[in-house]
Write a protein that binds this ligand. Structure first.
Ligand code: NAP
Length: 377
């Protein structure tokens, strides 16, 4: 009986297993998982208050229950089992290990207490076994670097009241820690302008619906953007930002969520603990020939800083790796004959959970063709 190993039981691995299990009933599919439980990003990355997104795990449970699918937990490829052992034992190997490591900003002060990568922070509030004891220092003034959906997820989770979090999938210790925090300001920094933000409209709009928070956008940042040339989704985003900019200040809001555009982080300031973030107006970068060092800096006092600037895939001993891109080295998903990669470890940390389904479909077609013709190259 031919067999296939899938490394990683997150969305990419589970979608692929489902398609293969349905189409190739005479093929054994083993899914290797490093942790004691499956589903990767679907449980440790998706925000704890977005329960509708997490529902995909119900579908994955059914995949794991199929006769020709086996989940092998607590097994790390590269340590518990080697890459060469895998290649010896399986007809095909597919890496779907995601991108678990936080990218670094590379600015001074990133090591200070109070500075966290978004992967570490979101895994903490999602009770990931390796991060559940992080106990982050959440002070009154929180900064989040990045203009993606992860940045907005974190801002929303932090700004929600205990009541709004009632239905959220939070452990008791995380719930208590969040309830004890006394946040009054959340600053979201994007190094480019509003038209280049990568967050989505529903996430942006949701911020404006929170019980105790008010969203602030400086109308200056919206001046000069030629919206007519933008795609409809960007136009709607700008309209939403414009609406935030025009909404009169609400003195009763306990938390101000302030967007800062064109704000390049330069240094996190503090001796052992974070005290402030220095930022540069990125619009000045190309204005004249002055060196970046001589451009004026703004400094904003902060107690907590979360960098939500993307992730990379850690290398696995023996598996060809592209260190520059932080993912496996591959040609259209093929690492070497009989070995493939799928999801974030293939394309980088971009795309939503359903993106993995269509990509898994394409790879499954190829694997089926190969196995039916026994064509390994
Ligand atoms: P992302 O969308 O790529 O956003 C990363 C942000 O970090 C960008 O604004 C980027 O700015 C900024 N950045 C990168 N390097 C930087 C640096 N050195 N200094 C300052 N800023 C920097 O990634 P993400 O938010 O981590 O999300 C990952 C994927 O998961 C995305 O496809 C996202 O849509 C998806 N996701 C979806 C949901 C949802 O659907 N609810 C929730 C969470 C995540 P530049 O654009 O200038 O590079």
């Amino acid at each position: 009986m031919p067999n296939i190993a899938i490394i990683g039981s997150g969305p990419a691995g589970c979608f692929l297993a489902e398609i293969l299990a349905l189409k190739l009933s005479d093929v054994q599919i083993d899914i290797y998982e490093r942790l004691s439980h499956p589903f990767g990003l679907a449980v440790s990355g998706v925000a704890p208050d977005h329960l509708h997104t997490r529902k995909v795990t119900e579908q994955f449970e059914r995949t794991l229950a199929r006769d020709n699918v086996k989940l092998i937990v607590n097994t790390e490829v590269g340590s518990t089992i080697s890459y060469s052992e895998l290649k010896q034992h399986y007809d095909r190997v597919v890496f779907a290990t995601g991108a678990s490591e936080d990218r670094r900003l590379g600015i001074p002060g990133e090591h200070l207490t109070g500075v966290y990568g978004s992967g570490c922070f979101t895994r903490w509030y999602n009770s990931h076994p390796e991060h559940k004891d992080v106990q982050p220092l959440i002070g009154q003034r929180v900064g989040i670097i990045g203009n993606g959906n992860v940045a907005l997820d974190i801002a929303r989770v932090l700004a929600k009241t205990a009541q709004e979090h009632q239905a959220s999938a939070l452990s008791e210790p995380v719930r208590t820690h969040l309830a004890k925090s006394n946040i009054s300001e959340i600053h979201i920094f994007g190094r480019r302008g509003p038209a280049d933000a990568s967050f989505s409209l529903p996430e942006l709009t949701e911020l404006g619906t929170l019980a105790q928070a008010e969203v602030q956008v400086s109308s200056d940042a919206l001046i000069g953007i030629e919206a007519q040339n933008l795609p409809p989704s960007q136009k709607k985003m700008l309209q939403q930002l414009q609406q935030y900019a025009e909404t009169p200040a609400d003195a009763s809001a306990a938390i101000q969520i302030q967007f800062h555009f064109y704000a390049t982080p330069v240094a996190a300031i503090g001796t052992t603990q974070l005290e402030a973030l220095e930022i540069r107006d990125s619009r000045l970068d190309n204005l004249d020939s002055s060196s970046l060092e001589s451009l004026p800096l703004d400094s904003l006092q902060l107690d907590t800083l979360i960098t939500a600037i993307g992730y990379y895939t850690p290398a696995i001993a023996g598996v060809p790796y592209d260190a520059e891109r932080g993912r496996f080295a591959h040609n259209q998903g093929k690492i070497e004959p009989g070995v493939y990669c799928l999801g974030w470890c293939q394309r980088g940390p971009q795309g939503v959970i359903p993106t993995n389904r269509s990509e898994a479909m394409n790879l499954a077609r190829q694997l089926i063709r190969e196995l039916e013709s026994q064509d390994v190259d």
